[in-house]
Design a binder for this molecule. Structure first.
Ligand code: SF4
Length: 440
């Protein structure tokens, strides 16, 4: 969005984003919608005419964070009643009644399919809040080019929604059914990003590999995007194990721009719990997929998502998860305690594992993953990789950083290499989180 200093008369909006990469991408779409309507970016809530929170409902913890922020914004609304405050995203969709009870001062409540109407909603919010949380089976925002930030990497939404209805998950209820963005729109958008210097695109979708538009499946889409000049690297997140077709594995194996990295959410290593979660695969099927992917793409980095303490998970289920994590040897993992979400299929099942026990299992799993991440990174020592340079390393001291093809952070002594260049490095040492390298 335009800078307010250059456009002092225009309304100023401050947008805060919570949650996943999909929400970050949605905020870029919101920014584009509001820019078209004449808004500019405020520096903070203090100088904003409109404050919007783009929220997440996946876990209770995420909702609590937003409720805490709303309590702070209540004070702002008290002192400056003319400021319009809006709640966007999954939480707005999930629990609008409860939220309106807790934050009656909200002017706008908009679900993920209502962003096109935001300027109108902000304009019409008066004594009563303007609320639109209808889900729209057709809305993809395909014609709106999001306001991408700078940098060598851009996150591009390829599909929206989810049809899987895993027992624990609110996504199908808050983001609606699967809709894929036409390949022609994606090609145009990514072509524009390449012209602006973006070198790497990460295709996003709640189940991104379920992408299908006409006869273009996700494997075909990867190949189409690989044909765009200027784009050197392609990644995607998050795929669902059940949609990991041979066409996708083959595109990953044969198209050099598709990077050797795969996030493959497991959730549990117990068949009993996977069935209760309604994940749609068994442990054996998951392991077979891992074996096929590793055979087709040697050196691929694998990461995963795990939920501990799902209703009914006993000690042997948990041990099955730790055993499976050991046998796969993930490069990294996102691990969470199960939190019951209203409106999901698992809501009625209950929550049999105590918070204390969930905490114990989570701590054990994190320790195990740290050990495995370190071991996986140690295997890289002595090897060489092309690294896409992102800029100076956070630690400073004449160091620069970038990502290897496996999406590992490489840190190396150098200066003045422009972001977007690719350099070849050799790994000298490793921690669980990064690789210390020298230019080879
Ligand atoms: S695949 Fe399952 S966990 Fe993932 S977004 Fe869809 S319902 Fe949620």
């Amino acid at each position: 969005m335009n800078d307010h200093a250059a456009n002092p008369a225009r309304p100023r909006v401050y947008l805060e984003t919570y949650g996943c990469q999909m929400n970050v991408a949605d905020s870029q779409t919101v920014s584009a919608v509001l820019r078209r309507a004449g808004y500019v970016t405020a520096n903070g809530v203090e100088d904003a005419d409109v404050v919007l929170l783009n929220t997440c409902a996946i876990r209770e913890h995420a909702e609590e964070k937003v409720l805490h922020r709303l309590r702070e914004l209540a004070r702002l609304k008290n002192s400056r009643p003319e400021v319009k405050i809006g709640l966007l995203g999954c939480m707005a969709q999930h629990n609008r009644v409860a939220i309106m009870e807790k934050a009656a001062f909200l002017d706008v409540v908009a679900g993920p399919d209502s962003y096109r109407r935001l300027p109108e909603m902000i304009g019409s919010a008066g004594f009563d809040a303007s609320i639109d949380v209808r889900l729209d089976r057709a809305e993809t925002y395909a014609d709106i080019t999001p306001e991408y930030g700078g940098g060598v990497r851009a996150y591009v939404t390829a599909m929206r929604g989810c049809d899987k209805f895993c027992a624990f998950c609110v996504v199908p209820y808050v983001r609606g059914r699967e809709r894929s963005i036409p390949p022609s729109d994606l090609m145009r958008e990514i072509g524009e990003l390449a012209a602006r210097g973006v070198k790497e695109v990460v295709l996003l979708g709640q189940t991104v590999n379920a992408y299908r538009f006409g006869d273009v499946d996700f494997g075909a889409l990867l190949r189409m995007i690989a044909s765009i000049d200027g784009i050197d690297r392609i990644r995607f997140t998050s795929p669902h194990p059940s949609d990991m077709s041979e066409s996708i594995i083959e595109a990953m194996a044969t198209e050099p721009k598709v990077q050797p990295q795969l996030h493959l959410p497991l959730q549990s290593g117990s068949d009993r719990i996977l069935a209760a979660m309604e994940r749609g695969y068994t442990v054996a099927e998951y392991l077979d997929l891992v074996a096929r992917v590793r055979a087709a793409i040697p050196g691929i980095a694998l990461s995963t998502d795990i939920i501990v303490g799902f209703h009914g998970e006993n000690e042997s289920d948990f041990e099955a998860t730790t055993a499976l994590m050991r046998s796969v040897g993930y490069d990294s993992a996102f691990m969470f305690k199960y939190s019951v979400r209203e409106h999901t299929r698992a809501f009625r099942l209950g929550d049999s594992v105590s918070e204390e026990e969930k905490g114990r299992r989570l701590t054990a799993l994190i320790a195990l993953q740290e050990e495995m991440s370190l071991a996986r990174n140690h295997e890289m020592i002595g090897r060489e990789f092309p690294v896409l340079v992102e800029g100076p390393a956070r630690r400073g001291g004449g160091m620069m950083s970038g990502k290897t093809p496996q999406f590992k952070t490489a840190i190396f002594a150098a200066s003045g290499i422009p972001a977007g260049n690719t350099v070849r490095v050799r790994v000298d040492s490793a921690t669980g989180h990064s690789l210390m390298c020298s230019i080879s």
